[in-house]
Design a protein around this ligand. Sequence first.
Ligand code: AMP
Length: 134
Amino acid sequence: MDTIFSKIISGEIPCEKIYEDDHVFAFLDIIPTNPGHTLVVPKKWSSDLLDTDEETLKRLIVVVQKIAKAVMEATGAVGVNVAQNNREGAGQKVFHLHFHVIPRFEGDGYEHWHGKPYENGEEKLVGEKIRKML
Ligand code: AMP
C-alpha cells in the first residue's frame, strides 16, 4: 500500500528521522501536539492495529517503549501519552499503522477524553458481548 508513511520510510518524502531498524521506523510528527511528538510505524504496511500481525506488533511495541523513554529524557517531559487511532471513525487520517508518542508538560493544556458511567447493570451486558467475541 502506498501511503505518505511508506514514502517517508523509503526516503521519497523527507522527515526528521528518529529511529530505524529492519522492521520499524520512527520520525517526528509534522504537526506535533507537543515538541518531540514522534510517530512509530512498521515498515511492513498494515492499515491499523486490527489488521496487523502479531510479530509486527511485538516488534513495534518494544520500539514504542524505547522512543517513549528517549522522548521523555530529551524533552524533560513530566509524562508521555502513547496514542493510536484506528479507522476513520476514531480519527485516523493516515491508513498505515502508527503509534503516537507524545511528551506531556505541566500546563500544556491537553485534556484526557471524558468518561460517563454505565447505566444500571449495562456493564454486565457490554462485558458479556465483548467476551463472546474473544
Ligand atoms: P492519525 O490521525 O492518527 O492518522 O495521525 C496522522 C498523523 O500523521 C498526524 O498527527 C499528522 O500530523 C502526521 N503526519 C501527516 N503527514 C506527515 C508528514 N509528512 N510527516 C510527519 N507527520 C505527518
